[in-house]
Design a binder for this molecule. Structure first.
Ligand code: SAH
Ligand code: SF4
Ligand code: F3S
Length: 444
């Protein structure tokens, strides 16, 4: 009977990919995934630190795991991800029942932490309470096995870390400085994915537009996209996240010219106020941002655009916030991820004064959602009656009679199951109805 592993993932796509790497590493040590922590021999929390709430969730989950461990003293508890990177051994001080803590660059050290570096699982971890040291420049060169959770679409990491140091953001302090993977390594990985039947890849990085700056040469993300575009078998290429200061005309040209690059752009705005953007140290003005949106829409008229917004950044007045609302009206995003500002360790903004009361930030957040929900619904309704190419990704999570796919513009589409249609198929679908969250379509 293989040992059972339960992993809970918080945070961004980067963490989702890391979870697949943790699962792959532990699969080599004889663990198979379960979706129930109660039955598990090992539970891993892959944590996120981007907002206080996410960090708090890690500790409240650990409290629950402590109870599980009382019932099953052999249970191995591991903490990975950005809270692990940020807190290191302090996690073990706060929660001494944790057996191992590993940073975001230390997934390949898990066998060592378990005392199984030669690949043989041990039943007990007696000396596992060690934190793997931050290993620095390891991306690309370390070949970590990946247990992918979807058979048709795959995450592919192209750049780790972030050098932007926006004043609110903890990520540069958890994921470290930017390190690009070698293009050859990336293309080799994607050729392997194509050979295994994957149809879609999403290139991942906190700031994908910085790709290659540390490698010399000037091919950048546009050059990488054109190489991947020639890999047979891969039909769709996506990338996240772009940074408005670095998003370039060259990339717009690549998106326009390369047939496999999908018509979707996630370009986090954060705020519509010039003053707030400046104090966030985002390195662009709203006007510059708007010009880029205009250029990309001129080049790719059907593109869908999504964004991230923060409400209640220190010093945000009603006037500043109204500029964010105006921006939402003006730009007409397809979707928005919005968050209440949260004070994070190591960030300059944690020392800023003129804090916005939590209730005000929350009210502003609600107003963002209220407005954006209307815009998203209208945008989705405008798809009704039109035909789209859908890549089928699997069964619908909510309705067993349905399959779920996505348009190139990243909109979710449900279709009724029927013989001859299966995961991985690319189909033409006519949209028959729309909600804010998804579209429904008919084949043919
Ligand atoms: N690299 C990406 C995303 C980083 S984290 C980018 O630059 O856009 C994802 C989102 O979380 C950010 O875009 C931001 O909107 C939000 N975020 C980051 N730090 C935050 C904080 N301290 N409080 C609230 N939201 C935050
Ligand atoms: Fe954080 Fe800014 Fe880097 Fe994005 S670009 S990860 S918001 S520091
Ligand atoms: Fe969270 Fe780390 Fe991603 S802080 S958003 S898991 S980079």
């Amino acid at each position: 009977m293989p040992k059972q592993l339960f992993i809970k993932t918080f945070g961004c796509q980067m963490n989702e990919l890391d979870t697949e790497k943790i699962a792959g590493t532990l699969s080599d040590l004889g663990y198979s995934l379960t979706d129930s922590p109660d039955k598990a021999d090992m539970v891993i929390l892959n944590t996120c630190s981007v907002r206080e709430k996410a960090e708090y969730k890690c500790y409240s989950d650990l409290g629950r795991l402590r109870e599980l461990k009382k019932e099953n003293p052999d249970l191995i508890i591991g903490v990975g991800g950005c809270v692990a990177q940020q807190e290191g051994e302090r996690i073990v001080e706060k929660a001494p029942y944790v057996d191992m803590v590993f940073g975001t660059d230390n997934i390949s050290d898990i066998p060592k932490l378990l005392g199984t570096s030669r690949g043989k699982p041990r039943n007990k971890v007696s000396t596992g309470r060690r934190r793997a040291k931050y290993a620095g420049n390891v991306s690309g060169e370390v070949n970590i096995p990946i247990k992918r959770s979807n058979p048709v679409k795959a995450w592919v990491n192209i750049i780790d870390g972030c050098d932007k140091f926006c004043t609110f953001c903890v990520v540069p302090h958890t994921r470290g400085r930017e390190r690009s993977r070698q293009p050859d390594d990336i293309c080799r990985e994607i050729r392997g994915l194509a050979a295994a039947g994957y149809k879609e890849v999403t290139l991942l990085g906190q700031n994908v537009d910085s790709y290659g700056k540390d490698l010399g040469g000037n091919a950048g993300l546009a050059g990488l996209l054109s190489m991947i575009n020639y890999i047979p078998g891969i039909e769709r290429i996506r990338f996240v996240t772009s940074h408005p200061a670095d998003f370039s005309d060259r990339l717009i040209d690549a998106m326009t010219e390369l047939p496999k690059v999908c018509e979707h752009l996630h370009l986090p705005l954060q705020s519509g106020s010039e003053e707030i953007l400046e104090r966030m140290k985002r390195n662009y003005t709203y006007k510059e941002y708007k010009d880029k949106i205009k250029r990309v829409r001129e080049a790719i008229p059907d593109i869908s655009i999504t964004t991230d917004i923060i409400t209640g950044f220190p010093g945000e007045t009603d006037g500043d916030f109204n500029m964010t609302m105006d921006a939402l009206m003006e730009i007409q995003y397809d979707g928005v991820f919005a968050f209440k500002y949260s004070k994070r360790p190591y960030t300059p903004a944690r020392l800023y004064d003129r804090l916005v009361p939590s209730a005000v930030s929350k009210d502003r957040l609600d107003r963002v959602f209220e407005l954006q929900n209307c815009i998203t619904l209208l945008k989705n309704q405008a798809c009704v009656g039109r035909e789209f190419d859908i890549l089928i990704e699997g069964n619908s999570k909510k309705d067993r009679g349905k399959l779920t796919g996505r348009t190139r513009t990243n909109k979710i589409v449900h279709i009724t199951k029927r013989d001859g249609i299966s995961t991985g198929d690319m189909l033409k679908v006519r949209i028959t109805s729309a909600t804010r969250a998804s579209l429904t379509g008919e084949v043919g």
